[in-house]
Design a protein around this ligand. Sequence first.
Ligand SMILES: Nc1ncnc2c1ncn2[C@@H]1O[C@H](COP(=O)(O)OP(=O)(O)OP(=O)(O)O)[C@@H](O)[C@H]1O
Length: 265
Amino acid sequence: MSAHFLEKGIDTSHTGILYVEDLSVNFDGFQAINKLSLTIDVGELRCVIGPNGAGKTTLMDVITGKTRSAIADIDGSVYLGSTIDLMTMNEPQIAQIGVGRKFQKPTVFEQHPVWENLELAMAGDKSWHHSLIAKVDIEGRQLMEAVLALTQLESEAYRQAGLLSHGQKQRLEIGMLLMQQPKLLLLDEPVAGMTDEETMRLAELLNSLRGQCSMMVVEHDMEFVAALAGPKGKVTVLAEGSVLAEGTLDEVKRDERVIESYLGR
Ligand SMILES: Nc1ncnc2c1ncn2[C@@H]1O[C@H](COP(=O)(O)OP(=O)(O)OP(=O)(O)O)[C@@H](O)[C@H]1O
């Protein structure tokens, strides 16, 4: 790898894909994030765990531009690569630059078939009308086929999205994010409400994206976390707005502070 590895135009040579340093977020006197520092490498799948109220969602809200100085006192740095200062950007700009976010509940276009959901997602910022009549070019079609295969939705391509199971909808929404070819994907409790089988299928999907896109997954389901992290993947434990521990899942599970604040509850 060259000294200046560029992730599709993003300089990640010194910082990885996501660089958070000394981030503090205060909501009207309440310190939700407290001097939090975190780096995610290019192509990494990072799991973030921690007790309720640890600041996991707030961290995602700051990265994606949802939480800004109008609603909280924010201090510190958040960069995509080493040069893109996300703190100076708003939500649409951050999405546009390649940071995709998956919320807990799937939000798909229920009345439209699966393939059209993917097409609409690819159209990105174009208007609905325009995207509906736009012809998908060959590259777009190949991408759609690849995403249908990755999300195991090939056989559902012509089905109305509203008729899919919860797990299939979750995969479709991830597929919609993939159509935008994100550099960083943030997933907030993606397996909440899923069956065990659906959970493992999602783990398989995210594992297959490893190396193609960088991901940060916030999750409480420890079996899912184990399936994502494997024996070597790094897991970050947040507590009271700071990084309490970081290491392999085995390492953090053995950490006394983690047992006390989270696992041992
Ligand atoms: N807009 C807001 N105004 C005031 N307080 C907030 C706001 N958003 C979050 N908080 C508080 O910040 C703290 C951290 O919340 P956050 O949702 O980030 O935690 P979490 O780690 O995601 O928790 P969970 O695992 O329950 O989702 C909580 O105490 C929450 O009440």
